[in-house]
Design a protein around this ligand. Sequence first.
Ligand SMILES: *Cc1c(COP(=O)(O)O)cnc(C)c1O
Length: 456
Amino acid sequence: MKTVFEPFRIKSVEPIRLTTAAERRQLIREAGFNPFRLHAEDVQIDLLTDSGTGAMSSEQWAAVMRGDESYAGARSFFRFEEAVRSIFGHKHVIPTHQGRAAEKLLCSTCLQADSIVPGNTHFDTTRANIEHTGARALDLPIPEARKVRSEHPFKGNIDLEALEECLKHHPGRVPFVLVTVTNNSGGGQPVSMANLKGARALCDKYHVPLLLDAARFAENAWFIREREAGYEGHPPEEIARELFSLSDGAMMSMKKDAFGNMGGVLTLNDGELASQVRNLLILTEGFPTYGGLSGRDLDALAVGLREILDPDYLQYRIRSTAYVGWHLEAAGVPLLTPFGGHAVYLDGRAFCDHLSNEQFPGWSLSVALYCHAGVRACEIGNVMFGHPEAEKEEDRWPVMDLVRLAIPRRVYTQSHMDYVIEAITELYEMRHEIRGLKFVDRPAVLPHFTATFAEV
Ligand SMILES: *Cc1c(COP(=O)(O)O)cnc(C)c1O
């Protein structure tokens, strides 16, 4: 059979409020043309993010009831620790309330103003946390990653030559190398095992620790199984363990590949570093056995971590994302290829080729998509990463201006996706009517979350 159906049944439902295009035009105006400022109730299909938006399973809800809310040494923590350690393998398991808290703890502990953190492509909060310490976040993706359209199976790879250059020329200034699996900002693209082994070898040569940003490690493992020689048909769990075994530690937003609505973790082999981090954790997150989470969260995450590696789930996950990509591609819509694991990315500049970079083609497209169909998507481009004030034109805009359609885990069915496909196809046919935008207010840090705009 060609059809890959959702490998679950629906036990509890959440109604979607339907809205009209006229209502939505008013609502987005009131929200300063920023989809992040909309009320969720006013969104029909929410593809803003796959972060914390997944549906928990009946087993996870059962685990919630088992949550032990003891302040210190709760049973929930030990179940969480065991689940994380059985996959990650690192000695120290430190829960945090979400991924960026792990980033903040690690960056505050290890970075100085002259530090450099090379990676394939840092996620926005990771970059912000690195830069907040004065250090430099250095993206070293392979050249192929800068092309919107490509057939490269592992566009998430780090450029090993560039990494070696960096390590060679800055001895003592690189506290760790951070590889993000899958590469979210680079389009949800996987990193190959061979590439990670290459990074490991360089880190060994220059005596620098290698860490993973493992938010989507299971999706990355599935891509390795599908695309990398020697891994066909291997259990995703085994591949995931091998991935982690190449690293000295990891940070993870458990709102992604742990089916959590909230949660994060930092794992480390270095005991000295772990104890420094724990001291800071007590100051900002909580006691080391809960790290800002409830016992019930820890238990739900422990179950989620096991469920995410189910091959039936991962096959459905990757295929159902590609389903959206295939249909949009067939309609001629410009997309980033290969399709990502958690998201399909529209090419904002090609879609809105009548708009200049200053008019934010990707962001304008995301606003138009909301007005047209009540679908909320997220720009990853000129607004998120641009420096409109930069002197040189080439420093102003990122290489790509994308609109990410992130697909929450186990939440939407195929007919929801058919609606999204139809909406984008229609919008593409009337693309020249999409109006450009300009900033009204632009916050200095992570501007996309709260900025407001006006139509030009
Ligand atoms: C989501 C994400 C983060 C940040 O995690 P939060 O849980 O949102 O704080 C870091 N890195 C990557 C790759 C992510 O996708």
